[in-house]
Design a binder for this molecule. Structure first.
Ligand code: FEO
Length: 170
């Protein structure tokens, strides 16, 4: 079972994961408006991942006999000055999500809830990848600068990303 505090914070996390999906969909729309289909694809896959993250928290709360609460989400930021701006804001957002996952892991550890600690371990590792993905793209975009053939090549690379469901079952 889960404490009320963990259930409350995990329900808030469902909202943050869905807000992440919303944000990345808005970023996808920006990239699509620039005809950068590869970047748009990468963000579309990112959106699907975030929905899967929300679902994992939903299923975990249910499985642990907690009560799921679905909160509303705010309109996402959708004005971007450049591609670099998109990925800098994405990186900033992932750092926020990491802080949320750490908060949950801290509570689960403090409460000696080993089932929750084990579940959250997957998210701790996932956040390392999430931050690294965004930071990697920021560095590539900085290298590319205003070199359009470099941008075209990166767009082609990002077009190959496919959605892979989470490797965790609840
Ligand atoms: Fe669900 Fe990108 O963290």
């Amino acid at each position: 079972m889960l404490s009320k505090r963990l259930i409350d914070e995990m329900n808030i996390q469902i909202m943050h994961e869905l807000a992440s999906a919303h944000l990345y969909m808005a970023m996808e729309a920006y990239c699509a408006s620039l005809n950068l289909d590869g970047f748009a694809n990468w963000l579309k896959v990112q959106t699907e991942e975030e929905r899967a993250h929300a679902r994992l928290f939903f299923d975990f709360i249910n499985r642990m006999n907690g009560e799921v609460k679905v909160y509303g989400i705010d309109e996402p930021h959708d004005k971007y000055a450049s591609l670099l701006d998109v990925f800098e804001k994405g990186y900033e957002h992932e750092q926020f999500v990491t802080s949320r996952i750490y908060l949950l892991a801290d509570i689960a550890t403090e409460e000696k809830n080993h089932a929750a600690v084990s579940f959250l371990k997957w998210f701790v590792d996932e956040q390392v990848e999430e931050e690294s993905n965004f930071l990697g793209l920021i560095k590539k975009l900085e290298l590319i600068g205003d070199n359009t053939s470099g941008l075209y090549m990166l767009d082609k690379e990002l077009a190959a990303r496919v959605y892979v469901p989470p490797t965790i079952t609840v």
